[in-house]
Every structure is written in structure tokens, then in C-alpha cells.
Design a protein. Structure first.
Length: 531
């Protein structure tokens, strides 16, 4: 039995709430090491360098926030979290510099506005994500937010699923742009129309299972079943049950659902799921998954399906929001919208329900605080993990690099199309570098008898009906040279791409050696044979 399985077996992570409150009275140094593991079930991780400060993750189901909730988060950031918060790739927010002594006040503040940290971390069902403009997009088959909310409610505090082999990530989406990346979650439910008129009775869900990134990335595989909307929660239950009962617990490195499905095959896995249902779903051969290559992050100004209203998507560089920006966003949502905001899986923010006549004021206020509303702005297509500033596993400081890289590229390269840049501070891939147009994986490089921060450059990921991961193209580029390396690459793309050619298509028609040469990598830095 592994150490974490022993810890979970002796006491459920959901029973750690009282231990957190006791630790708040007794102080950090009195916390038993086992409880530091269990505190994760309530969103608390020790941050680097494990000196008594914590990262705290708050769940934002479907990315939905009210102005009052964002103001409460701003109060926590200002009072306890160093004056900022980070938006994550699961639409959550994370605080740093949290002290255990302040957790009772933080819990009370979150509870007062209906927010929770329960299940934000740990071996449980994590935050359920959905398209941030669900219910707004004119072309969506159905508003998936109520279904995502139902799945969230079922698993929240559910002790039948509080001790899984590993974390479990669910997406529920009907986005025409596939913004939520259905291919990379443990379980994705994709809404489709099953009749021509698009009414709710003509809606069903197709499922994909077994996606995930990290050191061994795998794309999710489609299941054959067609799931009626009123049975979606039940199917999610059955899928997670199979993972709970058969997932691997001997090794943390082999514990995600993707490994079970890889070993079993999708047919056996689906049969096991079907055996846990008291109803029989239809087969979905006549209803293909709508996973075209279109990608979107919903930045800019867009008309909603509600006549006369618009949403405004603003980019948040490196996903980091300062307190003043949080308060400004809450004010704009209340004054010009309906008091609602939405976080995105690409670490940005959206304000919906803006009347046409108020758009100019909203955009002017956002851009005045450094939140660009340009739909092609590189800042809105950039994703960065926490990095070595706070993470105990990261080798490089990712957010600092993103904050240097994006302004440099926006100043030196003229692009009329979006290019997605993803930065991870280590091979674990929390910045999802394997699915970026450009992916940067942090590493260390020997230099003058010491080691400096560097990055392996990955290029050319493609998502959708014909998905492929980015391929490593240049190795151990010093961190201070990355911006120049990518500048040369993007200049070449802008000058020599074919008409309408995406960056992924551009990289796919070039060899690794050609792309490395364009970036200026030396022969020793090229990636022959690296994985």
C-alpha cells in the first residue's frame, strides 16, 4: 500500500475540516504530516518553500461568479493572499501566502457568498468545467451550465467518491468552438443535437473518457453510448464508480483513469459502465462528436443569444489578477451588466449581459487596467502554471516568463491570428504545454558550473477531430533567450505561411530540424530522440 493510500484509508479527507480549524488555533508547526495531505481535500497545499504558507484553491463551478463573490475574493487576496489571485485552467481561483491561522476567517468569508474549497484538490472529483459562455452563445445546442451544476452538486461532499485512486476531472460542454478542450479530461460530456429543430427534447450527450496530460499525455476516447440529458449525472456516477473500484492505487504515477482505459480498452470499460446502469442508453453511431478544429477563447466583444446584449472577454496576462482589477471587474459587472462574471479555462475573464450602448465604457475601463479585449491578443491565448515561485515541483518561474514574453512578442511580431502559448514549469504539464501551438516545458541547463532556467520548446499541437500533441522541437533554450527564439519563429510564420494556414498546419509541414533552425537553436539543443 502506498503512503497516500494509508493516509486516506485511516481517515477520509472530508474529515479534515475540523483538523484545519484546530491547526488554526495551534499553529503550523503542530500539524501532523498526514493532515497536510488531507488538507488538500479543502483546497490547501503547502507552497514553496514549506515554511508555513499555503496555496488555497477555491472552486468556481462552470466559472460562474457574482460581483459579490468576486469582491469577497478580492477581500481575501488583500487581507491574506499578497494582493492577487490566479485563475486556473479549471476555472478556479488560487491564493498564495495563506497562513493556517487565518483559515477560519477565510472559510467564513467564502461561505458568506456561497463559495467553497471542498474538493478543490485531493483524490476526488475536481471542479466541473463548462464553456464560460454557456447560455449566451447563439450557436450552442443547449445551455450546459445547469447540467454541469447538477454534476457538481452530486459529487460535492459525496463520501462515496471522496477516496478515488487519483484526481478526476469532468467537463460538460456544448460550445461550438470546443473551448473547453473535451479531449484532455478524464470525462467529457459533449452536447449534440439529435433532431433538426434544436429543441431541448432533441439534445443528448456524447462521452469521451480517459484524457489527461502530464508526463504521459493521452487523448480521451469516445464511448458509443448516447446519453439523455436527464441521465447525465447517473452516467457520470457510473464512470467514476468504475474508476474508484478498478483504478490503480499502487503507484501515483499510474493512477489516473487514462491508464486503466489504455490497459482495458474502451470496449471493456464501456461494458463495465453499462453494467452499473439500470437503464440502457442508445448507441451513437449516427451522431458524430462535433469536434472540429475550430478553437476559441471567447475574447473580445460578441453578441449574445439574448437580443441587444453582449459579452466582453478580457485577457488576463498569466492568469494573475490584482486586487484593484478584481474590484474594477466586480463594479463593471454590477454597473453595466447583471452582476455576473465568468472565468475561463484559458485563465481569462468574461463579463456578460452588456447593452450595446455601454460596450465602449466597459472596454475602455478594462483596457485601462491592462485587460485587453483584442480577440487575437497573445496575452489572451497564453496559459502558465504556478511555476517555481510557489510550486514545489516546478523547475522554472513560468508566470514571470509569460509576463516578459507576451509584451515582447506583441511589440515585435505582427499577427492577425491567434497563437496559443502554454508554459509548464516541469514535465507534469499543469500549463498544458502539450496542447499549445507553442508549448514551453521548464528544465535546467548546465552553464558555467551552475544550472540556469531553460525550456524545451514544443510545437504544433492540434485539437479536435484529428488531435495530436505538440512535438518537442528545441531543447534547453535558456529562459532569457526564449522570447528571441519565439520572435524568430513567429516572424517566419507571419512571412511565409500559406493563405489561411494555421500555426499548427504551418508547423506540421515543416520538419523538426527546419523549425529548430528558424528559432536559432544550436545542433546540441535540437531534440533528436527526446520524448
Amino acid at each position: 500500500m502506498s503512503e497516500i493510500e494509508r493516509i486516506k484509508g485511516e481517515k477520509d479527507g472530508l474529515d479534515a475540516y475540523g483538523d484545519i480549524l484546530r491547526a488554526a488555533k495551534e499553529g503550523y508547526r503542530g500539524i501532523h504530516p498526514d493532515n497536510l495531505q488531507r488538507f488538500r481535500w479543502y483546497g490547501l497545499y503547502e507552497q514553496k518553500p514549506k515554511d508555513g504558507h499555503f496555496m488555497l484553491r477555491v472552486k468556481i463551478p462552470g466559472g460562474r461568479l457574482t460581483s459579490a463573490q468576486l469582491l469577497a475574493l478580492a477581500d481575501i487576496a488583500e487581507g491574506y493572499g499578497g494582493g492577487f489571485t490566479d485563475i486556473t485552467t479549471r476555472q478556479n481561483v488560487e491564493f498564495h501566502w495563506i497562513k493556517i491561522e487565518n483559515m477560519p476567517e477565510i472559510f467564513a468569508g467564502l461561505d458568506s457568498v456561497g463559495l467553497t474549497t471542498t474538493g478543490a484538490c485531493g483524490d476526488t472529483v475536481r471542479n466541473v468545467v463548462t464553456c464560460p459562455v454557456a447560455g449566451l452563445h447563439p450557436q450552442e445546442p443547449v445551455d450546459t451550465e445547469p447540467f454541469a451544476e447538477a454534476v457538481t452538486r452530486f459529487f460535492l461532499n459525496n463520501r462515496l467518491f471522496s477516496n478515488l485512486p487519483r484526481k478526476f476531472k469532468i467537463a460538460v460542454t456544448g460550445c461550438p468552438c470546443n473551448c473547453i478542450h473535451p479531449e484532455i479530461h478524464d470525462l467529457s460530456a459533449v452536447a449534440i443535437r439529435t433532431n433538426a429543430d434544436g429543441n431541448r427534447q432533441g439534445i443528448a450527450f456524447r462521452l469521451l473518457v480517459g484524457g489527461g496530460l502530464s508526463v504521459q499525455p493521452m487523448f480521451a476516447k469516445p464511448m458509443r453510448m448516447l446519453v439523455p440529458p436527464d441521465q447525465l449525472v447517473d452516467v457520470c456516477r457510473a464512470v467514476v464508480e468504475v474508476f474508484r473500484d478498478f483504478g490503480y492505487r499502487q503507484s501515483r504515477k499510474h493512477a489516473r483513469l487514462k491508464f486503466l482505459i489504455s490497459d482495458w480498452g474502451i470496449e471493456r470499460f464501456e461494458e463495465e459502465v453499462l453494467g452499473r446502469l439500470n437503464w440502457r442508453p442508445l448507441l451513437a453511431e449516427d451522431f458524430p462528436l462535433p469536434l472540429g478544429r475550430t478553437r476559441g477563447n471567447h475574447l473580445g466583444i460578441h453578441p449574445q443569444k439574448q437580443e441587444g446584449l453582449y459579452w466582453v472577454g478580457a485577457s488576463v496576462l498569466a492568469g494573475r489578477l490584482q486586487v484593484r482589477q478584481m474590484r474594477m471587474l466586480a463594479r463593471l459587472a454590477s454597473e453595466f451588466g447583471m452582476g455576473e462574471l465568468r472565468t475561463t479555462n484559458q485563465q481569462n475573464i468574461i463579463i456578460p449581459h452588456i447593452p450595446e450602448g455601454k460596450l465602449e465604457q466597459v472596454v475602455c475601463a478594462l483596457e485601462g487596467e491592462g485587460l485587453s479585449c483584442d480577440s487575437n491578443a497573445l496575452s489572451g491565448w497564453g496559459v502558465a502554471c504556478t511555476g517555481s515561485e510557489f510550486c514545489n515541483w516546478a523547475l522554472t518561474e513560468t508566470k514571470r516568463l509569460m509576463c516578459e514574453l507576451i509584451p515582447h512578442l506583441e511589440k515585435t511580431v505582427a499577427l492577425d491570428t491567434a497563437v496559443r502559448i502554454h508554459i509548464s514549469g516541469c514535465p507534469n504539464g499543469c500549463g498544458q504545454h502539450q496542447i499549445g501551438d507553442i508549448g514551453l516545458q521548464g528544465c535546467l541547463k548546465a552553464h558555467n558550473s551552475t544550472r540556469i532556467e531553460a525550456y524545451d520548446v514544443w510545437l504544433g499541437a492540434q485539437l479536435g477531430s484529428d488531435p495530436r500533441f505538440a512535438r518537442p522541437t528545441a531543447r534547453k533554450v535558456p529562459a532569457d533567450q526564449v522570447k528571441h527564439c519565439l520572435e524568430r519563429l513567429l516572424r517566419h510564420y507571419a512571412a511565409s505561411r500559406a493563405l489561411g494556414e494555421s500555426f499548427a498546419e504551418f508547423t506540421q509541414r515543416h520538419t523538426t530540424e527546419e523549425l529548430a533552425a528558424v528559432m536559432g537553436a544550436t545542433e546540441a539543443e535540437r531534440t533528436a530522440g527526446i520524448v
